[in-house]
Design a binder for this molecule. Sequence first.
Ligand code: NAD
Length: 514
Amino acid sequence: MGLSRQKDQQASYPPRLGRAARGEQPKNGELAGAMPRRRRQQHMSNSVSICVIGSGYVGLVAAACFADLGHNVICVDNDEARVKLLCSGGVPIFEAHLSELLARHRGSGVVFTTNLAEGVEKSEAVFIAVGTPQGDTGAADLSYVEAVVSEIARSIAKYTVIVEKSTVPVYTNDWIRRVLHRHGVDPNHFDVVSNPEFLREGTAIADFLHPDRIVVGAGNERAAEVLRRIYGPLTSGSYYAKKGALPGACSRENPARLLVTSAQSAEIIKHASNAFLALKISFINAVANLAEDVDADIEDIAAGMGLDSRIGPKFLRAGLGYGGSCFPKDVAAFHWVAQQRGIDFQLLQEVRKINETQREVFFNKVLSALWTLRGKRLAALGLAFKGDTDDIRDSPAIDIIRKLLRAGAHVVAYDPAAMERAKEVLPPAENMRYAADLYQAAKDADAVLILTDWKEFAKIDLAQLNRAVHFPIVIDGRNLYKPEQMQAHGLTYVSVGRSAKYQAQEGKPRKAKG
Ligand code: NAD
């Protein structure tokens, strides 16, 4: 197939891009400050027209942040309901600062559509930010990426830089190039660049605008230059001097750093970074289990280790292990890549094994504290895979609640942001209820379980909690408290990597169950 561009037949919402995106003047009543794409571009010489495909945790954050850097962004998703919500002012995910950035740029710096062809035609750089979930073999399922690349191939009419932002195994860059060739796209019309994303959910906007590093895996200077322009406001520091810039670790004097590598190196940097962080978590959890057995305190041990500047304190938090949509699948995918290349990287298998065991270890703590679970009422504080997000993908909390339900327990859960998503996988039922706040969840509970490290759960009014529960037992999978604090409030406290502190009187029910 030559470069004849087939028109996208898919229904789109809105059917065409808004007037602002088409470079037309806004009419009366349109968003104040909404500036047509072409005029905006003329105003900012370094502005790049960008298409971001995927409006999930990465795509939406990238789209909002690129707009805040002064670029013109078309954000495409094939989920019509999601695009409709975004067009009408809604925000589909819980992420600090995202609503305000979208409110600032929606309709001017960033527009939303299902029309991928139009997004690609109008853009100099096209970022692929669709999901790369774990397949049956452990390998990343790249079918979403391939589907998007095939669609892009039908719409490229001029030189365009295709940027892989999704987390992908090494050589995906090559495959994207091959797919474009197979679709007959002129090799002079594109380059493929790897630009992995390192943001963390919960602090995604701050991470994106104040990155530790920006990695660009590019095969030539022409493509690298486009990425340098896109990230220019961060690497020159000009963004940080701008009114309304989100404050953070980078500044005009200490701007973001951009590292240009080969595509393969960039792809491996992402997988290796996530695998290394997962390793740190599994390592400290294994040490925690030992510490608990010999009456040592994992918090003291982690502090002592973390003060070594070669080790550092981050990711040395003992708990329920890692979860979420990245670490589990990325460790598996990296291990799969190594196996495919005949490299013995069993260490990654051990990292996974320790992580999976950690959830069992916690479940056994609940059993040790309560003996049997059938009919027991348990308060579950937390559903998200970590604090500050509504993401429940591979959440240890959800996994543990499922185990508790299977064992016959009745669970009353509370999470500041993730309850709606959780209800989709743990529908409300007689044995699975949701509470409006943590004290309501704890009412008449036989034990309170802390499953997610929300800040709110680290400052519970312990006297109020003690009045609410049936038995004063707290089983903390996130080590949010010092055992002495709990003891001072008459609460039995079971945590991770520290010996359990039982209260002498805890066996006596102090009031009848309501
Ligand atoms: P997500 O599931 O939240 O979002 C993916 C979006 O892509 C969805 O909205 C989906 O509808 C859309 N999509 C799928 N196919 C499409 C198509 N053909 N056309 C248009 N849109 C399509 O995923 P995410 O969490 O944003 O992750 C995206 C990628 O970024 C993954 O590879 C992930 O590993 C990586 N990543 C994620 C994080 C994170 O914290 N979530 C951090 C760094 C990297």
